[in-house]
Design a protein around this ligand. Structure first.
Ligand code: HEM
Length: 341
């Protein structure tokens, strides 16, 4: 709710503002509640730094020089370049997380697990004689970082893309708002049970995930043993990238792959249906473990925002849909105006 109060302040002034920090804070606090068992205040300097370090590292990781480091680490190790900033940012992030983990260890209660960190500490305790299991404080710090980063930037940037598309296609925004009014009304907050009655909104969120194409070449993985896929031999140690973008834009799968077209997810009766080629979360054993959480967050944030506000571009500006980045895509910075409904 604090998030919407902040936006409401802007609606009173009417002036354009960049919604990035507010959305980022809100998304970070959802995963933060699960991992650390608490929300962080929007004015908490340590928390703001943490978010900025994470954002900067993701943007830098997409630069050509950082990608060269990934290919020739032995060569670039001694050279200046963005990889050094990325390493120093992650060192600071891990330092912050270790402090949180130490705090958790101090007041850990075996009968009351408050969050992910507590539950992991219990696992370390249970398996202290089984070194091979890999449950240790070092792994806890890196798993916490993985969850926090993967769960924050993805949802933030999808919501930012959703705002851009709503500004660009105001008729779609109106249709979502009509559905919100019909199903939820304007007085009570949306809840997950509303989703089933809101096929158009669901279609808009899915289409946003498709066109946003956040991780076009997926996360790099490494073959842990020799294997054969589709007749191709892949030796152990090969780095693999699956091209999610090719599926999300496949001309044989989508009627209008290059357009924002929520009807991709609606049948002739206006009912929502999931498409086989919808793979923004990847597939298989290593697919995104946060998909369900992401869907919940996107639905609740998106409907809550459009229930309370109408979003429009800053005067004289057009929404820029072209993304920035390469490994992970995000919208370029933009401003919005909000009007209370
Ligand atoms: C719009 C939202 C999201 C998108 C598009 C997305 C997409 C992805 C993709 C494509 C992968 C790589 C899968 C693979 O390698 O095949 C991934 C991995 C992962 N995601 Fe997400 N994700 C989203 C939200 C979340 C959230 C909210 C969480 C929080 C729990 C999360 C946690 C993770 C983790 C921990 C991994 C690594 C899994 C592993 O290595 O086994 N993601 N995600």
């Amino acid at each position: 709710m604090a998030d919407f109060c902040k936006i409401a302040e802007f609606s009173l002034t009417g002036g354009p503002f960049n919604p990035h920090v507010i959305i980022n804070n809100a998304a970070a606090n959802v995963i933060g509640s699960l991992v650390f068992g608490k929300r962080f205040d929007y004015d908490d300097i340590d928390f703001q730094n943490l978010l900025q370090l994470s954002q900067e590292s993701i943007l830098l990781a997409g630069t050509p020089l950082a990608q060269m480091y990934d290919i020739f680490p032995w060569l670039f190790k001694c050279l200046p370049g963005p990889h050094n900033i990325i390493f120093s940012n992650y060192a600071r992030l891990i330092f912050f997380l270790r402090k949180e983990i130490e705090k958790h260890k101090r007041d850990w209660d075996p009968f009351n697990h408050r969050d992910f960190i507590d539950t992991y500490i219990a696992e370390i305790d249970k398996r202290k004689n089984d070194i091979e299991a890999g449950f240790n404080s070092e792994n806890l710090a890196f798993c916490t970082l993985d969850l926090f980063e993967a769960g924050t930037e993805t949802v933030t940037n999808t919501l930012r893309f959703a705002l851009l598309y709503m500004m660009k296609y105001s008729e779609v925004q109106e249709k979502v708002q009509d559905e919100i009014e019909r199903v939820i009304g304007l007085s009570r907050p949306p809840c997950m049970t509303d989703k089933i009655n809101m096929p158009y909104t669901e279609a808009v969120i899915h289409e946003t995930l498709r066109v946003a194409n956040l991780i076009p070449l997926n996360i790099s993985r490494m073959a842990s043993k020799d294997t054969t896929v589709g007749g191709y031999f892949i030796p152990q140690g090969t780095v693999l990238n699956t091209n999610l973008s090719s599926v999300l834009n496949d001309k044989t799968e989508w009627e209008k792959p290059d357009m924002f077209y929520p009807q991709h997810f609606l049948n002739e009766h206006g009912h929502f249906f999931k498409r086989q080629a919808f793979f923004p979360f990847s597939a298989g054993k290593r697919m995104c473990l946060g998909e369900q959480l992401a869907h919940m967050e996107l639905f609740l944030f998106f409907t809550s925002l459009l229930q309370r506000f109408t979003i429009s571009p800053a005067p004289g500006e057009q929404p820029i849909l072209e993304p920035q980045g390469s490994a992970i895509l995000s919208p370029k910075p933009f401003k919005i105006c909000v009007t209370s409904r």
